[in-house]
Design a protein around this ligand. Structure first.
Ligand SMILES: *Cc1c(COP(=O)(O)O)cnc(C)c1O
Length: 388
């Protein structure tokens, strides 16, 4: 039996560390989801979510993972055979593409090298050339969790506007909402998809769609089969404070507490905190003489950093040592990045000393794995934290 002392460091980019305040809120007795007390909770939570997405339109909450919220975004807005424009930013963008194809959509997948975000230039070319407006939706993963690259959503929006193109804009913010600056309404996004277990600091189990009036309009004529995911009955029931099925009541208690914590800190400060920790992490990676996977300085992720190891080195061996010796979980390389990178999650419930501990564990793990690294990574990160 392994004896553990102190806290496990859960430094994967989701699920993230759940604050004690949130865990305690969820420990309340489960209540009648058709009673008056629940209706009040629903209203507080649905209102409290809007500023986090930065929207005045409704947010639909599902008892699902983020993948369910992906499906909900597609089936509510599109019809069989509709053309959609997607970008190969990494593993998650590829999974969303696969889902769109499984659902019977006709996907144009702009190829990518998994080190850059969605290309606004490619979007502009394809949308401008699409005079017949055959594209019905553009799908972008805001923060590609497999690579640590953040796409420039406002530039994709600008490409749609410059082309005068009416396609809907669907954005996955599963690992960016409440971590990286995001504005559903000001950026002209039609459906924002997210999940509970990353920036929102909750356990897995809730999926979200923030929807624009244009998306709701589209849902009235969209013909992909939908039943459980159908926004209409949920929005109807929500108006009275209820759901058309049994909601994840205790997760909603936790959500209320998490929203309170985000409001106390202020979203602008939440974003700045993530950016600062990401910059300190990159300073450490440079100090080790290793490479950050993200290849464009405009696109570094605030929520995680993917670290590329030299050819011939096994990133999973480093992760194994770090877990066994220091009780810390780091993110594995996904898809074609398997074994080549490890990912450091620095999002959610996190502060300077959790980052310092995380990077100390990574540095020792690299050394123990026999990876030739410079000795100054951790010191460079601490320097950044002390001065920036
Ligand atoms: C985690 C994640 C998902 C998938 O969410 P699940 O909750 O695992 O279904 C989708 N997209 C991105 C960008 C993610 O980080």
């Amino acid at each position: 039996m392994t004896v553990r002392t102190g806290r496990h460091f859960l430094q994967i980019p989701g699920p993230t560390n759940v604050p004690d305040r949130v865990l305690r809120a969820m420990a309340a007795p489960t209540l009648d989801h058709r009673g008056p007390e629940f209706a009040e909770l629903t209203r507080r939570v649905l209102d409290g979510l809007k500023p986090v997405f930065d929207t005045t339109s409704p947010v639909v909450v599902y008892p699902s993972s983020g993948t369910g919220a992906w499906e909900a975004a597609l089936v509510n807005t599109l019809s069989p055979g509709d053309r959609v424009l997607c970008f190969e930013t990494g593993h998650f963008a590829s999974l969303w593409r696969d889902m769109a194809e499984t659902l019977g959509l006709d996907v144009e997948f702009v190829p990518g090298d998994w080190r850059h975000g969605a290309s606004p230039e490619a979007a502009a070319d394809l949308l401008t050339a699409d005079i017949a407006h055959r594209f019905k939706a553009v799908c972008v993963v805001h923060n590609e969790t497999s690579t640590g690259v953040t796409s420039r959503v406002p530039e994709i929006r600008a490409a749609l506007d410059a082309a005068g193109h009416p396609a809907l804009l669907l954005v996955d913010t599963v690992s960016s909402l409440a971590s990286i600056e995001y504005h559903h309404e000001a950026w002209g996004v039609d459906v924002t998809v997210t999940g509970s277990q990353k920036g929102l600091m909750l356990p897995p189990g809730l999926g979200f769609n923030a929807v624009s009036p244009k998306a709701i309009e589209a849902s009235r004529t969209a013909r992909l089969p939908k039943a459980y995911w159908d926004w209409a009955p949920i929005l109807d029931a929500n108006a009275a404070g209820f759901f058309p099925y049994t909601p994840a009541t205790n997760l909603l208690y936790g959500l209320e507490e998490a929203l309170r914590m985000l409001a106390e800190e202020g979203l602008a400060q939440v974003w700045a905190r993530h950016d600062r920790h990401a910059a300190a992490t990159r300073a450490a990676v440079r100090g080790w003489g290793l490479e950050v996977l993200c290849a464009d300085d405009r696109e570094h992720s605030g929520s995680l950093t993917a670290v590329l190891l030299p050819d011939g080195q096994d990133a999973d061996a480093v992760r194994k040592i770090v877990l066994e010796r220091f009780d810390m979980s780091l993110g594995t390389g996904l898809g074609r990045l398997s074994g080549k990178v490890f990912r450091i999650g620095h999002l959610g419930h996190f502060n300077d000393l959790t980052l310092a501990g995380t990077l100390a564990g990574v540095q020792m793990g690299l050394e123990l794995a026999g990876i030739p690294v410079g000795p100054d990574g951790l010191a460079a990160a601490l320097d950044h934290l002390r001065t920036a």
